[in-house]
Design a protein around this ligand. Structure first.
Ligand code: MEV
Length: 319
């Protein structure tokens, strides 16, 4: 028996960090995926292996740091009686999502692993349960996750996320516009960045609460612009949102250089996506300007990935 599950990467269009303190955020799945395949184990052991990271472990023995979240999923399912008896298995994790770059790679692998693991154990489940279990793994990786990454990897599409609640937005995406993910090549630890932002908030709550209110207003307006496919409005709100993220202290020289160069070369918008302090920015451009924008930012970028929003969340194949 072999069961594979795939879960998409995500980008946050509006509201990262603000979402940690309960404000709404808008995220969508994109066309990069993590895939986990679980098959019978030949030696009656439980083996978890990440092809991309080149690490492997046997359950019950030493666990490398990179695989702790998967062990946590197994143990959480046992402790909550979601699974009553473990079957030996061999899990292989593969992903096309750059790690530590703001695209939710840890949540996507956790969601794909959870789905394949539950299906392999013949447990009946839905997206809500997968997302809830993956959230437990996210808590191991990040300090105080809002839950947006595991939610979008489970459900897919465009979602407004606030305090664990989700609302789908039907988006009319005009094909004449292209989205680019531009990786600074500077990995960072989401948990540490979230902690730094929360500390700034606590030191300056009297000022920061207005910045958080502005971020919420951006999301409310962006929902309308996304529904009507008004890209100029979306682009302007993305640029304003980036300015608010700079005020949280999560931008860097590399990010600002890329944002500035993108806009100067004709892109409509450029903003941090995810935790910042490195990671990726997203750039929105008219396709007519695409080559020009790519040429302008290439010397500063570690990697440029043309991406499209998708509608699919986690999927399962029984092979
Ligand atoms: C990380 O993808 C998004 C943050 O808002 C953290 C979180 O929501 O858990 C920075």
């Amino acid at each position: 028996m072999k069961i594979c599950a795939s879960a998409p990467a995500k980008i946050i269009w509006f509201g990262e960090h603000f979402v940690v303190l309960g404000k709404p955020a808008i995220a969508s799945s994109i066309n990069l995926k993590a895939r986990v395949c679980i098959s019978n184990s030949i030696n009656d052991k439980i083996i978890i292996e990440s092809k991309d990271l080149g690490v492997k472990c046997i359950y019950g023995k030493d666990i490398p740091r990179e695989l702790i979240q998967f062990i946590h999923i197994v143990e959480y399912c046992l402790s909550e009686n979601i699974i009553t008896k473990l079957k030996p298995f061999h899990a292989i994790i593969e992903s096309s999502i750059p790690i530590a770059s703001g695209l939710g790679s840890s949540a996507s692998t956790a969601v794909a692993f959870t789905a394949a693991f539950l299906a392999y154990h013949d447990v009946s489940f839905n997206r809500e349960l997968i997302s809830r279990i993956a959230y437990e793994a996210e808590k191991i990786v990040h300090a105080k996750p809002s839950g947006i990454d595991n939610t979008i990897a489970s459900y897919g599409g465009f979602l407004v996320y606030q305090k664990g609640r989700i609302r789908r937005i039907r988006v009319r995406w005009p094909r004449k516009f292209q989205l680019l993910i531009v990786d600074t090549g500077m990995p960072r630890n989401t948990g540490k960045v979230v902690k730094m932002v929360l500390e700034r908030y606590q030191r300056n709550e009297d000022i920061m609460k207005y910045i958080y209110m502005a971020a919420e207003k951006i999301v409310r307006k962006a929902i309308k612009c996304l529904r009507s496919g008004n890209i100029e409005c979306i682009a302007e709100l993305m640029n304003i949102n980036h300015g608010l993220l700079v005020s949280l202290g999560i931008s860097t020289y590399e990010i600002e250089s890329l944002v500035h160069r993108s806009i100067m070369s004709g892109a409509l918008a450029a903003k941090i996506t995810g935790a910042g302090m490195g990671g990726s920015i997203i750039v929105l451009t008219d396709r007519i300007k695409l080559d020009h924008v790519i040429r302008a930012i290439s010397p500063l970028a570690y990697r440029i990935i043309p991406a499209s929003p998708t509608s699919q969340g986690v999927t399962i194949e029984r092979l």
